[in-house]
Write a protein that binds this ligand. Structure first.
Ligand code: ADP
Ligand code: SF4
Length: 688
């Protein structure tokens, strides 16, 4: 029967190759890189299995002079890299998808820490790769150097063809690569590569021409181009030079993959941007070329995808994060199972695989990155091994995922929660400013749970140890969460802060769905609020935002060297700072809280030990959390006495962490259920 979504499944010609449908996994980093090719190939292959018509690599270094260490990206430096890359193309081809490779030659954004080679750039300038502040400079690329780089790019394209790639990229996006830097207005070189826009675009044009000439007979040549840097007149602009560049090169590549730059603007979190946010920048491209256009915008809704194609914004739906959260998104749309799509929540935990140099992980998809080493499949799981019943206490992310996955295995699962609503911390946190998309963590799991008849969910059912034993289930999983500390103890302070100020913790805001009622009741006395953030992720900044939006005078103090320190790894820190500055929040890094009174807090500089006194009417402690593990300790004797066959504590109740870790913990408990786990054995394969 014809459907409104058929347009997404129409094959499309890209130069000499044909993609089977319109689902295009654009290049994305993953932390595996050249170091773990088996894990990488299995992850990419899973996307193809799930229906993505094109599956690409991450940026792949073409030469040792463009070494992106300490990050682990792809390598195609020489022929020795071909077998590893072939693992990926084979895994992708097995399911009828096309494999694309993003060839990358970076300028001063290659720190070359590993190769110790000198990077080339427009002129000699400070390196911005690695930490962003690596000592050292690039050297100005001469015309001969550019000739060499063209040759290396050509050789890499030939190797890529040998490795089996169907689509070969010339990369000029994310404010990375020499080709992109040469297009900058700052390029005032006196030779034919600088000055006029035509000259500045020459290198990219040559790369495209070289690549077409070398491999264009059988491979499509794609360009990834950032049409806007969101820097106004100082940078590339979609209605400025980017327009002219696309017009100049319009028919030269076989495909345009267009986005905004740098990465933090491309992969914006849901806290700052919504689905389809790049359309306004990229929509001009299709008007200038007859070649297929790919764009991204964290599309998870099949209707938005159809609309983007029908409105002529793009021909193929590009996705990194939606394909990570749900590798089977295309197949689910095809089967009309839209409600089963595990929608990305836009948290960028996946990005932290790259930025923390470890294999990719995902909040929504606990199997992401585990395809090879644990043999986990996002849609399939081993069937039950016994008829035993399992009682899960706590329906936060950990409990929900454990229940869902055990239910999928076929076990009889009873899930209880003290609250009327499932979701635990996620239900509460998603009510904070701009975090509403996080609800998808709960929504997807509840939808699945409703479909599984052997899972019984009992809300409004607080359980004591006695209740649990009386319930009679032989296996108990505790997913009872954690509560925020109020005494200031955390990473920095190992003793409670002394004082008698009015103290709040994030739980007060979470339980109230916003400002605690006392803020209204005592409006006159509560004006100046100090937030002490020793958590360093989103909570301190979000509460500062909430309070400042409601007219409070907020000071955010942290012992870390910068505000919301860890959000740099999710690419959010700049936007958080911008928002807090705009709301006039006073920001004080490098300080811990030493003591407090009802009207002041004494803070100490962590470097100089200098003390200062700040006026405040209340303090919000955003520090460590205390695991709710009392039930576990109460039930332990029942396990020893044989009244329970197994007892497991998971998620924040075991060890407070990010939501992704709670979901993972729940999933792991489900996978390991009825298995004999030897704690002396590493539970996954290790690539060496
Ligand atoms: P996690 O992130 O580990 O899933 P959460 O804090 O999000 O943890 O969720 C814990 C859930 O457990 C909450 O919804 C809470 O209401 C529930 N809970 C905690 N203790 C009990 C209990 N004794 N009986 C039933 N539910 C409980
Ligand atoms: Fe989306 Fe978050 Fe998963 Fe990344 S980690 S794919 S942003 S849900």
């Amino acid at each position: 029967m014809p459907s409104r979504y058929d347009i997404l499944f129409r094959p499309i010609k890209i130069g000499p190759v044909t993609a089977p449908n319109r689902f295009y996994q654009v290049p994305h980093c993953n932390g595996f890189g050249w170091r773990m090719p088996k894990g990488l190939a299995a992850m990419r292959g899973m996307k193809a299995e799930g229906g993505w018509g094109v599956v690409c690599t991450e940026e792949t270094e073409i030469h040792h002079t463009s070494d992106l260490s300490p990050f682990f990206e792809g390598h195609i430096w020489n022929d020795d890299d071909i077998p590893s890359l072939q693992m990926m193309t084979n895994a992708v081809h097995k399911h009828g998808a096309l494999a694309g490779i993003e060839l990358s030659y970076n300028g001063r954004d290659a720190s070359n820490l590993y190769s110790r080679a000198v990077p080339f750039d427009l002129f000699s300038r400070g390196l911005v790769g690695g930490s962003g502040y690596e000592p050292g400079q690039s050297r100005a690329a001469t015309k001969d150097d550019l000739k060499h780089i063209r040759k290396w790019h050509r050789n890499a394209a030939i190797r890529a063809k040998k490795a089996g790639f169907d689509i070969i990229y010339c990369y000029a996006a994310h404010n990375l690569t020499l080709a992109f830097h040469l297009m900058s207005k700052d390029n005032d070189r006196a030779d034919e590569y600088g000055g006029s826009l035509e000259n500045r675009t020459r290198f990219l044009r040559e790369l495209i021409e070289d690549t077409k000439e070398a491999v264009g007979d059988t491979c499509a040549v794609a360009v990834r181009f950032a049409v806007d840097e969101l820097l106004g007149a100082d940078g590339m602009k979609f209605d400025g030079e980017a327009h002219d560049i696309v017009a100049m090169l319009a028919e030269l590549p076989d495909l345009w993959d267009v986005n905004v730059s740098p990465w933090k603007n491309d992969s914006t979190t849901s806290r700052f941007e919504k689905e389809g946010n790049q359309e306004k920048y990229i929509s001009f491209v299709k008007k200038l070329t007859t070649k297929p256009v790919v764009g991204v915008g964290r599309y998870t809704s099949p209707d938005s995808m159809v609309s983007a194609i029908e409105r002529g914004i793009m021909d193929m739906i590009g996705a990194a994060r939606p394909s990570i959260a749900d590798p089977f998104l295309p197949n689910k749309i095809k089967a009309g199972r839209h409600e089963d799509i595990r929608e990305c929540i836009g948290c960028n935990i996946c990005v932290t695989g790259d930025t923390r140099f470890v294999p990719i992980r995902c909040t929504q998809n606990p199997t992401m990155g585990e395809e090879w080493r644990r043999n986990w499949h996002p849609e399939m799981i081993a069937p039950k091994k016994s008829e035993d019943e399992i009682l899960i206490v706590g329906a936060g992310p950990a409990g929900l995922e454990a229940a869902r996955a055990l239910g999928q295995r076929g076990y009889h699962v009873v899930l209880t929660d003290a609250k009327r609503e499932a979701g635990g911390r996620v239900a509460l946190e998603s009510a904070l400013p701009n975090l509403n998309e996080w609800r998808r963590v709960i929504d997807w799991r509840l939808t699945q749970i409703q479909k599984i008849p052997n899972i019984y969910f009992y809300p409004s059912s607080p359980m004591t140890a006695k209740d649990i034993l009386e319930a009679g289930a032989p296996h108990v999983i505790l997913a009872t969460g954690a509560k925020w500390r109020r005494d200031g103890m955390g990473r920095y302070l190992s003793r409670p802060v002394q004082g008698n100020a009015k103290i709040f913790a994030p739980d007060d805001f979470l339980e109230s769905g916003g400002l605690p009622p006392v803020f209204q009741q005592q409006a006159a006395e509560l004006q100046k609020i100090l937030i002490y953030d020793d958590d360093h992720y989103y909570m301190g900044g979000v509460l500062a935002e909430l309070l400042a939006q409601n007219g409070y005078e907020v000071t955010l103090v942290t012992p870390a060297p910068s505000i919301s320190y860890w959000t740099q790894f999710t690419l959010e820190q700049d936007r958080i700072l911008k928002r807090l500055h705009k709301l006039n929040v006073t920001l004080l890094a490098d300080h811990f809280i030493a003591s407090h009174t009802p009207t002041t807090a004494t803070v100490t500089n962590v470097i100089t030990s200098t003390e200062s006194t700040l006026a405040c009417d209340a303090i919000v402690m955003v520090t460590d959390r205390i695991p709710n593990d009392a039930l576990y300790h109460e039930l332990k004797p029942a396990l020893v006495e044989g009244k329970l066959k197994s007892l497991r504590i998971i998620g924040d109740a075991e060890a407070p962490n990010i939501i992704a870790q709670a979901i993972f913990s729940g999933h792991l408990a489900a996978r390991e259920f009825d298995e004999l786990i030897d704690p002396d054995v590493t539970p996954f394969k290790v690539e060496r």
